[in-house]
Design a protein around this ligand. Structure first.
Ligand code: WTA
Length: 670
């Protein structure tokens, strides 16, 4: 494997920050140096921008060796809802907090005062239904204001929200509730998807019926105007809750900085949904700080982060970051790449959107549609463009910069994860030159490295595992406590077969202690880093794949496939795809090598849709008599990936069944 494998050549010139940014006060070029000189205490800058009900004693508490458990802002107390809503009332009560645009073209505007009123009403209503501090409240809602209001109402009560994307299946919802022992559900009668009304209530009912316990209450948002069926016991209409508590106020509950603010499930390496918990103090501080520094958001900014609130991006840069800063956040019920091609730009024009934050897959759709759509709108309000979720290729970057940004908006390619809570790698708009195809450098206070399979840092240009080398305030609680999803892992000291490249074999580990007990977190991505610290992310190096900017576990999909009658084994891999970034390909062996596989294909699609949701669509299914395996019986997914991508692969003679390779190549083209 060579250094340049998959990575763009490294002598690319930097695109200088557009002149339009000169003179802006944030972010500053000094942040990195001052943080380095005064780490971790420099993080007080982020914390002190929040309102605390009790000041913290220490910025970062660690064990005696500087390792976990990490407690950020130890001793401090605050309420996230008070920080995102109440504290803006005096000066900005009539400023717009939330601009919502619905599927049918409806719009709704909430000032901070109006948001405050509805959040209090819902908090009072939930409290009456029995929601207490630390109870987990699940939402299963489309991108409507009620999801933002419910998140903030939970935060106000010190309850923990657990937002589940509305497109997930009943099974996926049930698992995400049961694991969290969540006894409250806020859902809707239905929602609109690509012009069609979807019945959400039935899915929610199917999910709750399969739980091992009864729910304490279900609140139903009327989105489609159907009968919310609230006469049944334990079921309440959201609108009734709001009306009945119209004048109620609920005191924000003081939470310890390290208390959970929310849970969110994402895809991990094990095939089971991975629960990630974010804290009240560290998370909110770093999210607000990075929203300001990276996206250049201040109290007067209108920011449109296009991610659904069901994903971490929606939480951090659609809700908490902008609202903590007193800005205006735009929420659309539609995805900008799934509507009338003028609509995203008409909205930017109409609302004077200044910051637009989306995923490469969305920009690739825009580029495919053509420049005439953005060209015929006045996009001069735009100031910063952002991207997140998957590698952003230089060509699409350039299209975004030129046709959406008009050549004078910085494009920031931000790298982070559900687990990191906030952006860790990015260029700073107006400060750093951009290197299209690379994400940029570690932000102030953050240190990263690229390591080989033995855990040793590698030199510039050499491919390896991306690692975060220091704790950061918005780190998931599971990382901070050192339990890392039950995998407190010591790095294997023996070198791997191919020491400069991660292999599938060592993909299970999440966090490790390198020599000298210095803590670091292996993020699961492959990357290279250049002399100047710009990181090029090559993609996941574990069993997680990003499709359309969303994260799936191949193990979870495989699990659904092998449940299908007639299926013996399944391996799912990602093939490079020009539109979605990755397309899912399943290799399936059948019982007795069944030949009537055409009927199986539908059953496989249904199984995946039922287990996960419509988003995890299989692009191709290859039926094969056997899967390539190591002598110890492990499926060689990396080889399947090479075959699917038409790439050359090495010597396969070490396989237990080398003869299967030719067979696979032949079937692949069927
Ligand atoms: C990928 C989304 C390349 C990466 C906030 C990471 C990226 C995973 C980038 C996390 C980027 C995210 N360039 N790859 N700028 N940003 N990724 O948890 O593989 O849904 O590990 O969080 O997305 O996905 P998640």
């Amino acid at each position: 494997m060579t250094a340049s494998d998959g990575a763009p050549p490294d002598d690319r010139p930097l695109v200088p920050p557009p002149a339009a940014f000169e003179g802006r006060v944030t972010p500053t070029a000094d942040d990195r140096a001052s943080f380095d000189a005064d780490w971790p205490d420099a993080w007080a800058t982020a914390a002190d921008a929040l309102d605390w009900t009790a000041g913290y004693d220490r910025v970062l508490a660690t064990d005696a060796d500087g390792g976990p458990p990490f407690e950020w802002f130890q001793g401090g107390e605050l309420n996230a809802c008070a920080n995102c809503v109440d504290r803006h009332l005096d000066e900005r009560g009539d400023a717009v907090a939330l601009e919502w645009n619905g599927h049918l073209g409806e719009s709704r505007t909430y000032t901070y005062r109006e948001l405050h009123a509805e959040v209090n009403a819902v908090a009072a209503g939930l409290r009456d239904l029995g929601v207490n501090e630390d109870d987990v409240v699940t939402t299963y809602l489309p991108a409507v204001p009620a999801v933002v209001v419910t998140m903030l109402a939970c935060a106000r009560l010190g309850a923990v929200h657990n937002v589940v994307f509305a497109g997930f299946s009943a099974d996926a919802l049930a698992t995400r509730m049961e694991r969290a022992d969540s006894r409250y559900l806020v859902t809707s009668d239905g929602y609109y998807r690509r012009g069609e009304a979807v019945d959400q209530r039935r899915r929610a009912d199917n999910a709750t019926m399969s739980l091992s316990y009864d729910l304490d209450a279900t609140v139903v948002v009327d989105r489609l105007g159907t009968d919310p069926d609230v006469d049944r016991e334990g079921r309440y209409a959201y609108d009734d809750l709001v009306a009945a508590n119209a004048d109620a106020t609920v005191d924000p509950v003081s939470r310890a900085a390290t208390d959970p603010l929310f849970r969110i499930y994402t895809s991990g390496t094990t095939g089971e949904p991975k629960s990630v918990t974010h804290t009240t103090g560290g998370y909110l501080a770093q999210v607000a700080w990075s929203t300001e520094r990276v996206l250049d958001v201040t109290a007067d900014t209108t920011v449109w982060s296009t991610a659904d609130p069901g994903w971490i991006t929606g939480h951090s840069y659609g809700v908490y970051g902008p609202l903590a800063l007193g800005a205006t956040t735009v929420l659309t019920e539609w995805s900008p790449d799934a509507v009338d091609r003028d609509r995203p730009w008409a909205l930017v024009e109409d609302l004077d959107v200044e910051v637009f934050y989306t995923a490469p897959t969305v920009v690739r759709s825009f580029a495919k549609w053509g420049a005439e759509y953005p060209d015929r709108h006045d996009l001069s309000s735009l100031r910063v463009l952002g991207s997140v979720g998957e590698p952003f290729d230089a060509e699409t970057w350039a299209w975004y910069f030129e046709h959406v940004g008009g050549g004078d908006c910085p494009v920031v390619d931000t790298w982070w994860q559900t687990e990191t809570g906030a952006v860790l790698l990015s260029t700073l708009p107006g400060v750093d030159g951009a290197k299209p195809g690379s994400v940029g450098r570690a932000l102030a206070g953050v240190a990263v490295s690229v390591r080989d399979g033995a855990g040793d840092p590698v030199g510039p240009g050499v491919r390896g595992w991306l690692a975060v080398d220091r704790p950061w305030p918005a780190m998931a609680r599971e990382l901070a406590t050192g339990t890392a999803w039950g995998e407190r892992v010591a790095v294997e000291s023996e070198a791997l077969d191919d020491a400069d490249a991660p292999s599938d074999e060592d993909a299970g580990a999440d966090a490790g202690a390198g020599a000298g007990a210095s803590w670091w977190y292996r993020v699961g991505d492959e990357a290279t880093v250049d002399e100047a610290g710009y990181v090029t992310v090559l993609g996941r190096a574990d069993d997680v794949v990003n499709v359309d900017g969303r994260r799936f576990s191949t193990g979870e999909i495989e699990h659904a496939l092998v449940e299908v009658d007639g299926v013996a084994e399944a391996a799912v891999i990602a093939r490079d795809d020009p539109d979605s970034g990755n397309a899912l390909v399943a290799y399936v062996t059948t019982d007795d090598d069944r030949t009537d596989v055409s009927t199986l294909r539908d059953a496989l699609d249904d199984a995946v849709a039922a287990a996960i949701g419509a988003g995890a669509r299989l692009d191709q299914v290859v039926f094969t008599p056997d899967l390539p395996k190591t002598r110890s019986g492990k499926i060689m997914r990396r080889l399947l990936e090479d075959i699917a991508n038409g790439e050359s692969y090495g010597d396969t003679s070490a396989l237990r069944n080398p003869e299967v390779v030719g067979e696979l190549e032949a079937r692949h083209d069927d």
